[in-house]
Design a protein around this ligand. Structure first.
Ligand SMILES: N[C@@H](CCC(=O)N[C@@H](CS)C(=O)NCC(=O)O)C(=O)O
Length: 204
């Protein structure tokens, strides 16, 4: 087994999906967390694309959170059974990234008026649309998972991406009971439950 070292900030952000993949697969990895005060030009230059997260595999560095999560999923059984399953999984992951990007945009907006506008759009348009798509997939797939009848990267990506909305907009979230049930199921998986219930609480 190669030596895996994930380097990311001490937040969930774009690194958490990688952590959840490793944990779900039961694969040992070093969870290296960099404090924001340590993020310097030197550290930036040492990361493949000047950003975090990156994954070191036996000392070689690889960047981009979704590429890393895809790699771990392919290696350790969190992808689908065929290319069409994988297309469905990739589509759901891309949907989660679209929502996360909108969340980040509104969260870091400097202009106060614009921020109010973006947050209203997030709550009233982006989130209901996102949750509506998820509800439809769960209704059609019937297995209680997003793809096939077992845990895949799609389930982990959705679980992780809804962490912020379920905290920020619980009244919207609660309107999609199938999505809520699915997240409860993921949170109770034996390989994830101890980590999820004890991890540090962070804003993002
Ligand atoms: N598409 C990249 C985005 C990576 C990214 O935006 N990283 C941020 C933290 S979440 C970062 O490193 N920011 C510091 C910087 O860009 O200097 C991924 O998913 O890995």
């Amino acid at each position: 087994m190669p030596a895996y070292k994930l380097v990311y900030f001490d937040i969930r952000g774009r690194g958490e999906i990688v952590r959840l993949c490793f944990l779900s697969a039961g694969v040992k990895f070093e969870d290296a967390r960099i404090d924001f005060s340590e993020w310097s030009e030197k550290v930036k230059e040492a990361s493949p694309f000047g950003q975090l997260p990156y994954l070191e595999i036996d000392g070689k560095k690889y960047a981009q959170s979704t590429a890393i999560a895809n790699y771990i999923s392919r290696e350790f059984g969190l992808y689908g059974d065929n290319s069409l399953d994988n297309l469905s999984i990739d589509g759901i992951v891309a949907l989660t990234v679209d929502y996360f990007d909108a969340w980040v945009k509104s969260h870091f907006e400097k202009d106060a008026n614009k921020k109010v506008e973006l947050q209203a759009k997030l709550k009233n348009e982006d989130l209901p649309k996102f949750l509506g798509h998820l509800d439809k997939i769960l209704t059609e797939n019937k297995s209680g998972f997003y793809v096939r009848n077992r845990l895949t990267l799609a389930d982990l990506a959705v679980y992780h991406t809804l962490d912020n909305p379920q905290r920020d907009y619980p009244e919207v979230y609660a309107q999609y009971p199938k999505v809520v049930e699915h997240r409860k199921k993921i949170a109770s998986l034996p390989r994830l439950a101890p980590y999820l219930s004890s991890r540090k609480v962070t804003e993002l």
